[in-house]
Design a protein around this ligand. Structure first.
Ligand code: GDP
Ligand code: IMO
Ligand code: MG
Length: 428
């Protein structure tokens, strides 16, 4: 068996890192297929807390081979510092594999990300400033630099010069920024080459062979469905495809090989950066969710915007990803509310709509239609089975499941690996 995709069903930060780590002990490969170090995945193992940005969360499971697929954008400096940070904490990272076809985030792409945001002013996206968008833009523009280019100095220089020909004009003439010198970029990039070389592999071949041999391969998404460049709240999105199809292109594995797609779904909703968010709260409830849920960005340290659960979004995630299961996280955070509002539909221009509006203006105007569900006050962090949850917590989960279109197969009741209620196995 199986190849599984595990992805964010909302706007990111659903708890993907914890979910991946939880499965890490039973899987052979954990593969990042898109995004880069814009991700911030927190994994808590015992009393140790790890914040991973670029590396797959499976790196913390000794039996598991972590893979950075071709669809990822790699900042070489971040890759090496994340590896050495883990090594210093005693984590063995020697099994890591990196696709030679993955694109590199260059220093000038980080510059372009930052100056573009500055120039957008009020209309900015609120990116993480890690160079993600400009690197994917270069990839699509066919002026990107790939991991394999690090190992051929003359090709690297030619490609960096080609990329900078145009970019320097824009930087200097539009953004009033000093031009970037190709030779300096090449020198910096070459400085990373020797340390990265040993990890580079034909990951597509390795992963397909692994699946054919019956190994368990887990594709770990960064970001989330609503941040997808095709299916998200464009232009307030990231520049890649976190949705399930992205696992195929971003790892070189056909859709026929994937058996299961698990959506990680927070029991409420959060978002970082700009863009529409129908259930966003601006009152004490929002403050309380942020405080109790510890909703502060792992990558940028920004406060996350918080709101109630949105079943319209969950249904949409089920649809565009073909979800087979949900992993509901952070149920414990909702403990203590007498009643919990859940958004079951939207009202758009006086009409009730059950599905995510196709038209962006409709979505921007959508008002949540709430149903009130009874809350619970008992501590649920020690619950190990569904039956151990208070009746109202059980009813909350069942109601969400019914509205969202796929079974909830696991429930997070705390950040730790063992603070999880497993209802159905993901590995059958
Ligand atoms: P990711 O980007 O999807 O991996 O999620 P983040 O790590 O950015 O944010 C999720 C946060 O919630 C992290 O601090 C996790 O440790 C924490 N977390 C995950 N699952 C649970 C849970 O079930 N309950 C609680 N209280 N915290 C959780
Ligand atoms: P994880 O994997 C939440 C958001 C940014 C911004 C938009 C574009 O931890 O869930 P980018 O730098 O990607 O060009 O920024 O996407 N964003 C995230 N929000 N979690 C993330 O990752 C995110 N990665 C990017 O805040 O709104
Ligand atoms: Mg995160």
């Amino acid at each position: 068996m199986p190849a599984l995709v595990l992805l964010g069903a909302q706007w990111g930060d659903e708890g993907k890192g914890k979910a991946t780590d939880l499965l890490g002990g039973s899987v052979d490969y954990v593969v990042r297929y898109q995004g880069g170090n814009n991700a911030g995945h927190t994994v808590v193992v015992g009393d140790q807390k790890y914040a991973l940005h670029l590396l797959p969360s499976g790196i913390l499971s000794p039996g598991c081979t972590p893979v950075i697929g071709n669809g990822v954008v790699v900042d070489p400096a971040v890759l090496l510092s994340e590896l050495s940070g883990l090594n210093e904490r005693g984590v063995d990272t020697s099994k890591l594999l990196v696709s030679g076809n993955a694109h590199l985030i260059t220093p000038y792409n980080i510059t372009v990300d930052k100056v573009t945001e500055r120039f957008l002013g009020k209309r900015k996206i609120g990116t993480t400033g890690r160079g993600i968008g400009p690197t994917y833009a270069d990839k699509i523009n066919r002026t990107g630099i790939r991991v394999q280019d690090l190992f051929d100095e003359s090709i690297l220089l030619q490609k960096v010069e080609a990329a900078l020909d145009f970019k320097n004009q824009v930087l200097a003439k539009l953004y009033n920024h000093r031009a970037v010198v190709a030779e300096q970029v090449v020198e910096e990039m070459l400085g990373y080459a020797d340390q990265i070389k040993g990890y580079v592999a034909d990951t597509t071949l390795i992963l397909n062979d692994a699946i054919d041999d019956g190994k368990v391969v887990l594709f770990e998404g960064g970001q989330g469905t609503l941040l997808d460049v095709d299916h998200g709240t464009y232009p307030f999105v990231t520049s890649s495809n976190p949705t399930a199809g992205g696992a195929c292109t971003g790892a070189g594995v056909g859709p026929t090989k994937i058996n299961r797609v698990i959506g990680i779904l927070k029991a409420y909703t959060t978002r970082v950066g700009a863009g529409p968010f129908p259930t966003e709260l601006f009152d004490q409830d929002g403050e309380d969710l942020r405080r109790i849920g510890g909703e502060r960005g792992v990558t940028t340290g920004r406060d996350r915007r918080c709101g109630w659960f949105d079943a319209v979004i969950a249904r949409y995630a089920t649809r565009v990803n073909g979800l087979t299961d949900f992993f509901l996280t952070k149920l414990d955070v909702l403990t203590g509310w007498e009643q919990i509002p859940v958004c079951v539909a939207y009202e758009v221009d006086g009409k009730r709509v059950e599905e995510l509006p196709h038209n962006q203006s409709d979505f921007h105007h959508a008002k949540p239609v709430y149903e009130m569900l009874p809350g619970w006050s008992e501590d649920i962090t020690k619950a190990k089975t569904f039956a151990e949850l208070p009746k109202n917590a059980q009813a909350y989960v069942k109601a969400l499941e019914e509205m969202s279109g796929a079974p909830i197969s696991a429930i997070g009741v705390g950040p730790g690996r063992d603070e999880t209620i497993q209802i159905n196995s993901f590995l059958d």
